[in-house]
Design a binder for this molecule. Structure first.
Ligand code: G6P
Length: 510
């Protein structure tokens, strides 16, 4: 007989727990925060709430015993090593991830991966059903758990279920490639409310429902008859609610004397450059690291910049290393960094400081405070919270953000220095424009971006999300939370920005 464990009114489910076990030199395991935007955003939202978090603990084999972290009850889900290979590395990160990110690398389709994805999603649904109190709210996160909403509804129809997609939702033409497209859509439609990062993602999802599954959509809702025995028609809303950061907490951390002193120390230890460029990314092919390095290398070659006056610090957070595309990327990035350093470093001043490891939050904040130019140049990114973290840390209104127009963050931070990461010439010019911009222009831009993030922080995001979930389903809204008008304004501002960028380019001599 199993002993019933505690139950909760709020349950969060994500592929991973917010912590993962890291072995230190002596072989002792300690729990460290997991990498990625999802965890950094959800952590502050969950702080102080009596809630459960269901997720994989990052190792193969039996799940560790549930444990508490503050008020949060962490309930690990066990995965065998075959399940890790097929559900996590395979279907989630080698099938869905490439399809959802514009097929930057080709996607692999394997029926056994799909079967394992189903099995693991079902296990998650069962574990959630165990820890959810009657009538509880369950917030399911991301592409790894798309079947959970419908599976959970079948076991526990009393629950209120939400799903939020942290990554882009692809255009119908790409999504259509998935042999399991219908099951994936029907899986998420088990939820009462669906959240996406951008209006375009929600629109892509609704288009998929209409075009591929013949469902009827109106405004931001889809109405359909679920498969199975229950003939009742259901209406589900799909809205854009862009995720954010804990503005107050992070800007307060960045303002502490310890972080400010550490920022100065970082600059000193890099040889006190006049201009410090910084990149911080999970080592992922979506992040545009190759293109960024190419642009940087050409600027060195053209003698537009040179160490020791200018240097680049590139932090690459280790991630998904058993997936081939990630392994190949690491090899290529490290070869390129080696070549650039061999060619352009001067004694005591490397052209690139490359760090393949993760850092505690305080150290990241100090890097952000230290950096003059932050390079966020993904080829495709659902949001990119590093961009928002950087502006949050700049209490001094210093620094400048170079931002790819293919990030979710671009839709909000249109005062950044915008670039198209595929356009190497454009990236070079944008970097130079950011370097050469007058201080008052940089401060004006930073101030506007900080206001945007402060007004739309992660606390606001989560309360909007949970309110929408609590009141779902409502009558169709003609507009998502981020209105078309807001989007049009952002796009107008961006066009002006891009024109200014072109004019500056002409002045620089491009
Ligand atoms: C992105 C995804 C998250 C994921 C994170 C880290 O932010 O949206 O779902 O957790 O990357 O990736 P990993 O594979 O290490 O969980």
């Amino acid at each position: 007989m199993t002993v019933a464990g505690p139950t909760f009114d709020l349950v969060v489910a994500a592929n991973g727990l917010p912590v993962e076990r890291v072995l230190d030199a002596s072989g002792e395991g300690t729990w460290e925060p997991s990498p990625g935007g999802l965890v950094s955003a959800m952590e502050s939202v969950m702080e102080g709430r009596k809630a459960a978090w269901v997720g994989w603990a990052g190792e193969s084999g039996r799940a560790p015993e549930p444990f508490h972290q503050g008020d949060l009850y962490l309930r690990p889900v066990g995965l065998t090593s075959a399940e890790i290979a097929e559900y996590y590395e395979g279907f989630s990160n080698d099938t869905l991830w490439p399809i959802y990110h514009d097929v930057i690398v080709p996607a692999s389709f394997h029926r056994n991966w799909w079967n394992t994805y189903r099995t693991v999603n079902h296990r998650f649904a069962q574990v959630i059903a165990e820890v959810a109190a009657p009538g509880a709210t369950v917030w399911v996160h991301d592409y790894q758990l798309q079947l959970v909403p419908a599976m959970l509804r079948a076991i526990r129809p009393d629950l209120r279920i939400g799903w939020f997609n942290h990554i882009p939702f692809p255009p119908v033409e790409l999504f259509a490639q998935l042999p399991w497209r219908r099951a994936l859509v029907e899986g998420v439609l088990g939820a009462d409310f669906l959240g996406f990062q951008r209006t375009a993602d929600a629109a892509n999802f609704l288009r998929v429902c209409r075009r591929l599954l013949g469902m009827s959509t109106k405004g931001d809702t889809v109405t359909f008859t679920p498969p199975g025995d229950d003939p009742a028609r259901r209406t589900v809303r799909a809205s854009a609610l862009p995720i954010s950061v804990d503005f107050q907490g992070l800007s307060a951390l960045a303002a502490t004397p310890a972080v400010i002193a550490r920022a100065a120390e970082i600059r000193a230890s890099l040889g006190a450059p006049e201009i410090l460029l910084l990149g911080v990314d999970r080592l992922d092919y979506t992040k545009g690291i190759r293109q960024r390095l190419k642009a940087y290398e050409e600027l060195l070659r053209d003698k537009a910049i040179a160490p020791p006056e200018v240097t680049l610090m590139q932090v690459a957070l280790p991630n998904r290393e058993r997936v081939d595309a990630y392994r190949f990327l690491r090899e290529e990035v490290e070869r390129t960094v080696g070549r650039i350093n061999g060619e352009y470093s001067v004694l005591g001043s490397p052209a690139i400081h490359y760090l393949h490891r993760s850092y505690p939050r305080e150290e990241m904040a100090a890097m952000f405070v230290a950096a003059d130019i932050m390079l966020v140049t993904p080829l495709r990114d659902g949001m990119n919270l590093v961009a928002k973290e950087y502006v949050t840390c700049r209490n001094d209104l210093g620094g400048a953000l170079v931002l790819s127009e293919f990030t979710g963050a671009w839709h909000e931070l249109h005062q950044a220095f915008i670039c198209n990461p595929h356009d190497i010439e454009g990236v070079k010019l944008t970097i130079m424009r950011a370097i050469n911009a007058p201080e008052d222009e940089r401060r004006r831009r930073m101030k506007a971006m900080r206001k945007r993030v402060a007004d739309n922080d992660v606390q606001r995001w989560s309360s909007l999300y949970l309110d929408s979930l609590a009141s779902a389903p409502l009558k169709p809204h003609r507009r998502s939370r981020v209105s078309d008008k807001e989007l049009r304004e952002a796009e107008r501002a961006n066009r002006a920005n891009l024109r200014a960028s072109d004019r500056a380019a002409e002045r620089i001599g491009g």
